[in-house]
Design a protein around this ligand. Structure first.
Ligand code: G6P
Length: 548
């Protein structure tokens, strides 16, 4: 695989970046009154303003040339048509099929994936409808009032985000999420639930993730104590997995299991049976709307011209900022408390997908790949880390996410929220110069002496700091689906440019293996493994002393 940095358009892009170095965003806006029209584009139910990036039309042309050199359009077709885009695991990545139409068929290795997917959604809907109507009861005949979703990573973050975002529409049983193995979430969930009226979803593609299996065992014990028989327990536990053998081994009923498939990665799996908790919470119809929204974004990604294509633009700008301009961290700031889980979901989506150091063919990658993704909701983050965004020594590109129509039932001040969003992106772009501050301070009566210089210096905001603003029409399920799918495809675009495999996650395995090896020593049942280093041994010993 040719390295990104060896492509002819990369050299041209770097030359262009140097030429642009001394031009500020403020100047770019002053020069071009049509900048917003030029650098904004519409997607399904959303508008992306990317004009506050340090780019000109030439930047965009060069980035598009780079995408062409990387064969982005044919890679995109390969993604949608089920080719093996996950080379290290020899699999396609068909999350788009999870929200695609039932026909025409989509054949992968002899199987009609579209038909399989639709049959599963039907099964999910039948179960969700019956639970929500009180027809599918617990083992003792009482209707289900609570659902506990036990899963971690992709088996947790997407559904958790979706249900928080759609909470005003939730009219089914209460849904609790349990991911961590420290027991806090599980205890909190169990404290409010009655074993006779609780359905437990054990969500794990592998059905081997230790945190999930431990939490599931605890929850099953709790059910057993409450409803007495093992058969009853099995009736109240729905496994969602690609590994039915392990379901059987745990004494659970494979007939009740809903499938996952090896052609869907965990972080892309919200749209599969992994989303059952969402469907139970808001109903099958709204879950289908979520799928429809994601599908609308899929079509936009597949069909819109690249220069007006939201995932393409976001992906190219990310490569521009992170790799060409060396900005190694990016913030995501949604202006809606309902999207509080979005930064966490995007951390997994983008950092697990593109946190890679080798190309798809195994050479060390010479381009810097995924930057650190982090964030929190506005406005609270304005009173926390925004100081560093405005005046810190690092430039951090920000994705601002706004929602035009507040979700029904909310009583907040939507306009105040939006004014804050717009103000922050404007402040990052424009900054405040020494001359402007000096004029303000002297007009307010400050003496023009040495202390004024220090007062001015402390107040200068350099500006010229890039951001995107994504404005969603509202937070209806369709919009949420489109938003999440937008970032999924952005990950794909970035990964394609960097020349890496966005669909594996081998790096996660090492820690898992070491944890299993260390567990007996941490429990005080054995010495640390022979290959444990001095630091690890010292920490195990200190931990044991305090546990005794
Ligand atoms: O669904 P599971 O098999 O339990 O996996 C849960 C999560 O853990 C893994 O370690 C991966 O890093 C994630 O991509 C995955 O979503």
């Amino acid at each position: 695989m040719q390295q990104l940095k060896d492509l002819p358009s990369w050299t041209a892009l770097l030359r262009h970046r140097r030429a642009l170095q001394d031009v500020s965003l403020r100047e770019l806006f002053e020069r071009d009154p049509g900048r917003f029209e030029r650098f904004s584009a519409n997607g399904p139910g959303c508008l992306l303003d990317f004009s506050k990036n340090r780019i000109t039309h030439e930047t965009l042309d060069l980035l598009l040339a780079l995408a062409a050199e990387r064969g982005l359009e044919s890679r995109r077709e390969a993604l949608f048509t089920g080719e093996i885009v996950n080379a290290s695991e020899g699999r396609p990545a068909l999350h788009t099929a999870l929200r695609g139409p039932a026909s025409p068929p989509l054949r992968v290795a002899g199987e009609d994936v579209a038909a399989t997917v639709h049959a599963t959604v039907e099964r999910m809907a039948a179960l969700a409808d019956a639970v929500r109507a009180g027809e599918r009861t617990g083992a003792t005949g009482k209707p289900v009032r609570d659902v506990i979703n036990i899963g971690i990573g992709g088996s947790d973050l997407g559904p958790r985000l979706a249900l928080e975002a759609l909470a005003p529409l939730a009219d089914g049983p209460r849904v609790h999420f349990v991911a961590n193995v420290d027991g806090v979430e599980l205890e909190r969930a169990l404290a409010g639930c009655d074993p006779e009226t609780t359905l437990v979803l054990v969500v794990s593609k592998s059905f081997g993730t230790s945190e999930t299996m431990r939490n599931a065992a605890q929850a099953m014990d709790w059910l057993r104590r409450g409803v007495a028989s093992a058969e009853a327990v099995a009736q109240q536990v729905i496994p969602i997995t690609a590994n039915l053998e392990r379901v059987r081994a745990l004494g659970l009923d494979p007939e009740l299991a809903l499938p996952m498939w090896d052609w869907v990665g965990g972080r892309y799996s919200l749209w599969s049976a992994v989303g059952l908790s969402v469907m139970l919470g808001v109903g099958a119809e709204r879950f289908r709307s979520l799928l429809d929204g994601a599908h609308a974004m899929d079509r936009h990604f597949r069909e819109a011209p690249l220069a007006r294509n939201l995932p393409v633009i976001l992906g190219l700008l990310s490569v521009w900022n992170a790799t060409a301009c060396g900005l190694r961290s990016q913030a995501v700031v949604p202006y809606s408390e309902r999207l509080a889980r979005l930064p966490g979901h995007l951390q997994q989506l983008l950092m697990e997908s593109n946190g890679k150091s080798v190309t798809v063919t195994g050479e060390a990658v010479t381009a810097e790949t995924v930057p650190v993704i982090w964030g929190q909701t506005g406005t609270p983050s304005q009173h926390a880390f925004f100081q560093a965004l405005h005046q810190g020594t690092d430039t951090v590109p920000v994705d601002f996410i706004g929602v035009a129509a507040p979700v029904a039932g909310e009583c907040g001040d939507a306009e105040a929220l939006t004014a804050n969003l717009l103000a922050q992106s404007q402040a990052l772009m424009r900054g405040r110069s020494a001359d402007e501050i000096r004029a303000e301070l002297t007009a307010a009566g400050a003496a023009d002496d040495e202390s004024l210089d220090a007062a001015v210096a402390a107040r200068v905001c350099p500006g010229n700091r890039p951001s995107n603003t994504l404005l969603l029409q509202d937070l209806a399920p369709e919009r949420l689906g489109a938003l999440i799918a937008l970032y999924e495809h952005r990950a794909f675009v970035e990964g394609t440019l960097w020349g890496i495999n966005s669909f594996d996650q081998w790096g996660v395995e090492l820690g898992k293996q070491l944890a299993e090896g260390l567990l007996p020593a941490v429990r005080g049942e054995a010495e640390p493994p022979a290959n444990a280093d001095a630091s690890t041994r010292g920490l195990v010993a200190a931990y044991r002393r305090w546990r005794e």
